[in-house]
Design a protein around this ligand. Structure first.
Ligand SMILES: [Zn+2]
Length: 267
């Protein structure tokens, strides 16, 4: 993370509800302004995550997405509207974030698979993608660079969320799921459907995790997987350990296993 950036009078007024929080304060708000977050995906997760990060005062929010806005996106990708149909999705989200705050920086990038996203320009990555290829690629890039990663996924009425802190030795996404599923078997929103508000819940949780990591407050979901079921509704948190044989972060040492955090209690 970069050094905090001093706040203008206008920004102190804008963020007064943040600054009133003892855990944030003026110093925390300055940290948010200096923070550079990369959103991978400008859809159902990236829309709420990006909007909340921009509203919270994160100073740089990069957006990587290669798609165009389609009519079937509007059911859950709430940063986009009818006038955006057919537009570049990253540019559309960038414009929505600038409507909230014209002073923040919102660079746009192509999809990460093209290899042209400057990960090193960022302090933290949010994986808001909708496919396993991107998910593993982003995990590997984050771990290689020691960048914190907040990874979320949603399908049907269910969501998952975990935070990877490579600098602190936490397990990574590949420790959790060592092998990508067969593309033929992998579920996707197009085949399975997804409740838009469930995507909103997960994207919002993702933004909260990112803000906690930037501010250094609370307990990030490192080594823990949050499982949300909108139908019950229920939220469970399951602990998992680093895989010593992980292709991305493994060291070839120690044991491996899963454990329930807090006895697997409902929270
Ligand atoms: Zn790993």
């Amino acid at each position: 993370m970069r050094d905090p950036i001093p706040l203008s009078e206008d920004r102190i007024r804008r963020y007064s509800r943040n600054i009133l929080l003892r855990e944030v304060g003026g110093r925390g708000q300055e940290k948010l302004l200096a923070a550079r977050v990369l959103l991978v995906g400008a859809g159902g997760l990236g829309s709420p995550a990006g909007l909340y990060l921009a509203a919270a005062g994160v100073g740089t929010i990069g957006v990587a997405d290669g798609d165009e806005v389609e009519l079937s996106n509007l059911q859950r990708q709430i940063a986009h509207g009818v006038p955006d149909l057919g537009r570049d999705k990253a540019a559309s989200l960038a414009e929505a974030l600038h409507r909230l705050d014209p002073e923040i920086s919102v660079p746009t990038h192509p999809r990460v698979e093209e290899g042209r996203v400057p990960f090193d320009d960022y302090d933290l990555i949010l994986d808001c993608s909708d496919n396993f290829e991107t998910r593993y690629l982003v995990n590997d890039e984050a771990v290689r660079r020691g960048l914190p990663l907040v990874s979320a996924a949603v399908v049907r009425f269910e969501g998952q969320l975990t935070t990877v802190l490579p600098g602190e030795g936490s397990p990574c996404y590949r420790c959790l799921y060592p092998t990508p599923p067969d593309p033929e078997c992998a579920t996707s929103c197009a085949r399975e459907g997804v409740l838009g508000s469930a995507a909103g819940t997960m994207g919002t949780l993702q933004a909260t995790e990112a803000l906690k990591v930037i501010l250094g407050v609370g307990r990030p979901l490192a080594g823990r997987l949050l499982l949300y079921d909108a139908l019950e509704p229920s939220v469970r948190i399951v602990g998992f350990r680093r895989d010593p044989f992980c292709r991305t972060c493994g060291e070839g040492k120690a044991g491996r296993g899963f454990k329930e955090a807090g006895g697997g209690a409902e929270v």
